[in-house]
Ligand binder design. Structure first.
Ligand SMILES: *[C@@H]1O[C@H](CO)[C@@H](O)[C@H](O)[C@H]1NC(C)=O
Ligand SMILES: *[C@@H]1O[C@H](CO)[C@@H](O)[C@H](O)[C@H]1NC(C)=O
Ligand SMILES: *[C@@H]1O[C@H](CO)[C@@H](O)[C@H](O)[C@H]1NC(C)=O
Ligand SMILES: *[C@@H]1O[C@H](CO)[C@@H](O)[C@H](O)[C@H]1NC(C)=O
Ligand SMILES: *[C@@H]1O[C@H](CO)[C@@H](O)[C@H](O)[C@H]1NC(C)=O
Ligand SMILES: *[C@@H]1O[C@H](CO)[C@@H](O)[C@H](O)[C@H]1NC(C)=O
Ligand SMILES: *[C@@H]1O[C@H](CO)[C@@H](O)[C@H](O)[C@H]1NC(C)=O
Ligand SMILES: *[C@@H]1O[C@H](CO)[C@@H](O)[C@H](O)[C@H]1NC(C)=O
Ligand SMILES: *[C@@H]1O[C@H](CO)[C@@H](O)[C@H](O)[C@H]1NC(C)=O
Ligand SMILES: *[C@@H]1O[C@H](CO)[C@@H](O)[C@H](O)[C@H]1NC(C)=O
Length: 603
């Protein structure tokens, strides 16, 4: 009896049909110490793992990382999110294209936050897309505490995949981790401080395997990936960290790259690949090595200034089913490219679209000849080192540091509210004084937009655009000029949603503006995003509401200037209504907890 009730409360999948995927997620803190109890670490060793203390992670249905959202092209998805944190919550869906439906995007410009104790149901239909993505909480640096999980969009049965069916799917989340809570990290950023060196690189929320007794304390839980000799698996690898670019590799094993963020790639073997914050890749890996031992899976920092970062390495174990012994030897080498700044860039340039492979549709993905479409609009967006604004270090794009207004931009437009935000975001860099603003970029519906990211800082940046997939047509060092267009890849550039921009360099992307909405363009590095590196791209169709754009959902929450419109939420399982606002949050009832208690009593 107890088990049955608990299953109702915590099980992710409520119902799955071909047409609709429906899940219920409870988002709550979980006490978990990925890097072990403080005392143990202090007693043993390890200079970089010393300041450890008990941490709360954000879990979904008691899982960290969160559960897989396993869906299919064109499927309708409903995710009922119960916010049992003590902070407002929004979940965003990195790379899911939310066709005509920015109402479900889960960022401050489109949605009011779900107050603590409330639940809200995201409802969307998947576009013509396939691939490996992830979801995460988008507010206030919460991703630094967890709350992320995988989204796999499978192809429909009638659409072939350009490789043999793998023996299994293995999802790996790699990312830097701080033992400080996301609240402490947030306070540091509010004070204009940098976060400094992370305490570890986690793989699937777990500590490194003890590959070196001087670097890693004893007794930590590490990730073990079990495989059968001779078989081929699809590894879906996501960098969900805060700010560290990572080099990913598997000892003695080739990784055949097959897909990135929704596009099948030209299949090539890599021995290692740089995966920047927010990026996702699928590799096919064949278990063709001597099966009598284990192998290291490694994620190590890249492009870090402080050499001590190089001691912070994520290590998991690849274990053949008949393995007789532990992994041995040194960790596989990271690229030794200290004097070759093009190594990583050339690797990125080598990632091309397979133009003859169909993706979500039968017709090949290359049949859209992006290279011959005329550009109708250009934004050149420049990143600089942190700038002082009102005495605090902030991050900027074209000298503007974004400040989210309390009223979501899209909701303000729908209600004809003026003064919530402006559309004067500069489309070109300038030397204007840096300022904080709530400002958006107008983009013309049905236009063909060129975005050039110019990076004037000394570390790698990554940028992501919601609602779209863009063609990464060029990247180089130096300052972009219109002549740089002559070097664009106009034939098989990869189409994806998150791109890196090397320090002192630029990356150019092309976007077909076919999706009406208010779309978030942001730094994926959490610290830069939190300190203002974000802007909304407004793709408006003035006559399109309820025609080219979906109507606002019935359950939309209100806040900011529209908060009077919000009705109190009544939970079905109890009649207590929770008024929105500070006072209401403090007496929130955990319906799920009550049900579990009831189950224990009645069993
Ligand atoms: C995901 O869904 C696909 C298609 O329905 C199914 O073949 C696969 O087994 C599912 N994977 C998991 C891990 O549930
Ligand atoms: C909250 O959850 C309840 C129970 O699952 C559901 O009936 C209700 O529709 C949800 N509310 C919202 C706004 O999603
Ligand atoms: C591209 O896709 C086609 C069609 O599925 C496949 O046969 C071919 O092997 C792929 N080519 C490369 C280089 O990945
Ligand atoms: C890629 O790696 C696989 C597995 O090691 C190997 O079988 C294959 O021949 C390699 N392909 C190329 C083109 O090197
Ligand atoms: C595999 O490794 C074991 C232990 O190192 C060794 O005894 C064996 O000969 C190896 N097998 C092959 C096929 O190399
Ligand atoms: C693109 O622009 C060129 C030069 O202005 C023009 O000749 C051409 O017709 C345009 N192509 C399309 C498809 O609009
Ligand atoms: C906003 O303005 C439009 C066009 O003038 C009008 O049709 C619509 O009813 C207005 N919406 C609200 C909520 O006032
Ligand atoms: C942006 O578009 C709106 C209409 O959607 C218009 O009122 C405004 O003037 C435009 N801003 C700029 C800078 O072009
Ligand atoms: C940043 O811009 C300044 C001024 O244009 C230039 O002198 C400097 O070299 C640039 N730094 C990088 C890392 O691009
Ligand atoms: C949207 O259009 C449909 C069909 O024309 C209509 O029934 C519905 O009332 C419209 N909804 C809104 C919110 O305008």
């Amino acid at each position: 009896m107890a088990a049955a009730v608990a299953a109702v409360v915590f099980a992710a999948v409520v119902a799955t049909t071909a047409a609709q995927a429906e899940v219920r997620w409870e988002v709550a803190y979980l006490t978990l110490e990925p890097l072990g109890p403080a005392q143990k670490a202090r007693r043993t060793c390890c200079h970089h793992l010393t300041s450890l203390f008990s941490v709360l992670v954000i879990a979904i249905n008691n899982q960290f990382p969160g559960p897989l959202l396993n869906v299919t092209t064109n499927q309708n998805v409903r995710v009922n999110v119960q916010n049992n944190l003590d902070e407002p919550l929004l979940i965003t869906w990195d790379g899911i294209q939310m066709r005509m439906n920015s109402w479900q995007d889960g960022v401050t410009g489109t949605n009011c936050p779900i107050p603590p104790g409330w639940n809200w149901t995201y409802q969307f239909q998947l576009k013509d897309q396939i691939g490996s993505f992830f979801y995460f909480p988008s507010l206030g640096l919460q991703r630094a505490a967890g709350g992320f999980g995988p989204i796999t969009v499978n192809n429909r049965a009638t659409v072939p995949v350009p490789f043999d069916q793998p023996a299994g799917d293995i999802t790996l989340f790699i990312g830097d981790w701080y033992t400080k809570s996301h609240i402490e990290l947030r306070n540091m950023l509010d004070d204009g401080m940098d976060l400094g060196r992370p305490d570890a690189i986690l793989i699937n929320g777990r500590a490194p395997y003890r590959y070196d007794t001087t670097q890693v304390p004893d007794g930590l839980q590490y990730e073990i990936v079990g495989v059968e000799p001779g078989k081929t698996y699809r590894f879906r690898v996501h960098n969900v960290g805060i700010s560290t670019s990572l080099n990913f590799r598997i000892q003695n094993h080739n990784m055949r790259l097959v897909e990135t963020e929704g596009t099948y790639t030209n299949q090539q073997n890599y021995t290692n690949l740089d995966i920047h914050v927010g990026q996702s890749y699928s590799f096919l890996v064949t278990m063709d090595q001597n099966a009598s031992t284990d192998y290291y899976i490694v994620a190590s920092p890249r492009f870090v200034s402080d050499p001590q970062w190089n001691d912070v390495i994520g290590v998991a174990i690849l274990q053949y089913s008949n393995s007789k012994g532990g992994a041995s030897g040194p960790l596989p080498d990271a690229p030794n490219d200290y004097y070759d700044k093009y190594y990583s860039m050339n690797q990125a340039r080598s990632i091309r679209m397979n133009t003859s492979a169909g993706a979500a549709r039968q017709n090949p993905q290359g049949s859209f000849h992006y290279g011959s479409i005329n550009i109708t609009q250009t934004f050149v967006l420049k990143n600089e080192a942190p700038l002082l604004i009102n005495g605090k270090h902030r991050r900027t794009i074209n000298r503007v540091s974004y400040s989210p207004p309390e009223t979501p931009l899209r909701l303000a437009d729908l209600h004809n509210l003026t003064g919530v935000y402006t559309t004067d975001f500069p489309t070109m860099p300038s030397n204007a004084p840096a300022r904080i603003a709530s400002s958006a970029l107008n983009a013309s519906y049905k236009g063909f937009l060129e975005i050039v990211f110019q990076n004037n800082d000394t570390d790698v940046q990554t940028y992501h655009l919601d609602g779209y997939s863009f063609f990464v047509v060029g990247m180089d060092y130096g300052v972009w000029t219109p002549d740089s267009r002559n070097g664009y890849n106009r034939w098989d550039a990869i189409s994806r949603c998150t791109t890196q921009v090397f320090p002192g360099g630029w990356t150019a992307v092309l976007v077909s503006l076919d999706n009406v909405g208010m779309w978030n363009l942001r730094a994926e590095k959490l610290d830069n995003w939190y300190r203002g590196q974000e802007v909304y791209v407004k793709v408006a169709d003035p006559l399109g509401y309820n025609i080219t754009e979906m109507v606002m959902p019935d359950n939309a929450l209100y806040c900011g200037l529209l908060k009077e419109r919000q009705k109190p939420q009544v939970h079905e399982s109890n009649s207590k209504s929770l008024a929105q606002g500070g006072a209401g949050w403090s007496y929130k009832l955990h319906v799920t907890v009550m049900l579990v208690v009831a189950a224990m009593i009645f069993s």
